[in-house]
Design a protein around this ligand. Sequence first.
Ligand SMILES: NC(=O)c1ccc[n+]([C@@H]2O[C@H](COP(=O)([O-])OP(=O)(O)OC[C@H]3O[C@@H](n4cnc5c(N)ncnc54)[C@H](OP(=O)(O)O)[C@@H]3O)[C@@H](O)[C@H]2O)c1
Length: 318
Amino acid sequence: MSRMERVCLVGGSGFVGRHIAERLAARGVQVVIPTRNRERAKPDLIVLPGVELVGADVNDPAVLARLVNGCDAVVNLVGLLHESRTGDFRRAHVVLTEQCIEACRQQGVGRYLHMSALGAGTDAPSEYQRTKGEAEQRVAAAQAAGLATTVFRPSVIFGDGDSFLTLFARLLALSPFVPLGSPGARFQPVWVEDVADAFIASLERPETIGQSYDLVGPDVFTLEQLVRLVGRVTGHERPVIGLPDGLSRLQALLFGLLPVKLITYDNYLSMTVDNVSSAPWPPVFGRAPSALEPIARQYLGNATPRGRYMAFRYRAGR
Ligand SMILES: NC(=O)c1ccc[n+]([C@@H]2O[C@H](COP(=O)([O-])OP(=O)(O)OC[C@H]3O[C@@H](n4cnc5c(N)ncnc54)[C@H](OP(=O)(O)O)[C@@H]3O)[C@@H](O)[C@H]2O)c1
C-alpha cells in the first residue's frame, strides 16, 4: 500500500479519534478532522502538528466531498450511544456511512476504514446495534464494488478520556451506593491505545483490506465487576446493589427520560446480549492487547498527579 499522506477522520473529534489523530500526526500524516463544534474539540486537537480541525457538518454531502478531496483514506468514527430523537441512530450510522462511501467514490479515495461495534447486527436487540449492523452491510457492498475497506468491531473502549469507566468514577465519587441495572451484562473492554494501533496498522498493511475485526481486551468482566473495579482504583468503594431484570428495565426507561443520559432503554437492550468475542487479537496489529486494571488505576486512580487532577475534575464536574 502506498504511504498515506493525507487522511480524513470523520467523527475524529471524539475520544477514539483523538488517539488515532495523535498517532497519525506523529507519523507526519496530514489529518483532516471535521467537527460540528470546533470550540469543544479544539483544546486536544489544535496542538497536533499537521491536524486541520475544520468546523463543518459532514451530513452535507457537498461539504463531505470537499473534505475528503485529496485524501488517501477516509476513517469513519461517527457514532452515537444515545438517540435524542428517533432516527438519530439511522442518520449517524447508516446514512452517514452511505455518504462517506459515496464521497470516496466521487473523489477517488481508495481506502475506507469503518468503526462499527461488537454486537452490531441487523437482528440485534438494540437500535444502536441494528443500525451499526446495517452500516456494516453498506461497507460490505462498497468492498464488493471495489472500495478497499476494513471494519472494526470493538467491545467497550477504555482509556484516558473515555466516557464509560469515567462515568462510573463520577457516580462513585458522588453517591453513597450504586443501584446498578444489568449487573450481569458481560463486556471485554479494550484499551483505546490498542484500538488506535489497530487503525494505524490497517492503514499501513494491505492484508487488512476486506477484513472485519473484533477488537477485545484479554479479560471479560460483568458490569458489576467493572463498577467495583472502578471503586477500588479510585478509592471510592461503595455498596453496589445489582438490580433484577424488571427493575433494570424500569431504571433504563426512567433514566432515558432525563435530559442528561446516563443510560437509555436502548442501552439496556444492547446489554441483554454478551459483548464478548472469542476472536484472538489479530497478529497483524502487533502486541497483545493490554489488561484493564493497571491502566484504569493510572488514569482514574488518585495515585498519580494525573489521577489526582482527574479526581479534582470529577469533583468539579468538568
Ligand atoms: N467508546 C466506546 O466504548 C465504543 C465502543 C464500541 C464502538 N465505538 C464506536 O467508536 C466510534 C467512536 O467512539 P467515541 O467514543 O470516540 O465517540 P465520541 O467521543 O462520542 O465521538 C463521536 C464523534 O462522532 C461525531 N458525530 C456524532 N454524531 C454525529 C452526527 N450525527 N453527525 C456528524 N458527526 C457526528 C462527533 O463529532 P462532532 O465533533 O461533530 O460532535 C464525534 O466526533 C463510534 O462509532 C462508536 O460507536 C465506541
